[in-house]
Design a protein. Sequence first.
Length: 254
Amino acid sequence: MKDFMLALARTAGDALMDFFESDQTLISLRSTAKEAATKYDKVADQLIIGEIRKSYPEHSILTEESGMHSNDPDWLWIIDSLDGTGNFANHNPLFSVCIALVHEGIPIGGTIYAPAIHELYFAEKGKGAFLNQNRIHVSNVKELSGSYLFYCEGGDTDRLRTVRMLREVYSRVTDIRKLGSAGVETAWVAAGRGEAYFTTQIDPWDVAPGVLLVSEAGGKVTDFRGNPWVRKKSDLIFSNGAVHEDILEIVRKL
Ligand code: LIP
């Protein structure tokens, strides 16, 4: 599974990279931030589905681009073929391919590949988290006041809620960054480049591999009430564990 998943992410990511470098019309797509979609999201989606079908014809597949392809209910691939489409369309290199394999509701394998920055993340349940084959861990910062947070509003269209949330959190942390790819944001928490990532109404395909990656890197993932991730649109916190409760306390009432 590991070799298959990594090869799949590389194939899709490298194809996206060719388009990213060669298509000079991408910039014309940038105006629709929330609804951003390029024809390449679908090209990469079809490529990934085709490869899974060849190797695991009995498995189910859920993708951002083409919804649920149901088969065996116990084995489910969750795919975002191009996460951070708005970045991609702006020739911003922070975009990724996100692939997770879920068995009986539990993510058991996940990869996030950001080809333009040459970062390939992988995690397998019980076996740790890796960046380009090197073991990674969440940061050991203990204080919220010394923390860098990543944030994105996912599928939330209520910008006033976003403003309320940022107002509460901003004064309590060192700084906040919005990277525009949930795949990259979750991976960077796993790699210790920030202490936490919080997001509202995020879809499962944006975060499924990140849930496993952050957990396997020693971090914690819950919704805004402290419950574990389940496969539905939700408000989530990914953290190094140490600052988790402090963030929960702030966001759970918003
Ligand atoms: C995107 C996320 C991004 C979020 C967007 C969107 P897409 O995924 O990764 O962080 O702010 O709302 O969901 O649509 O580019 O795959």
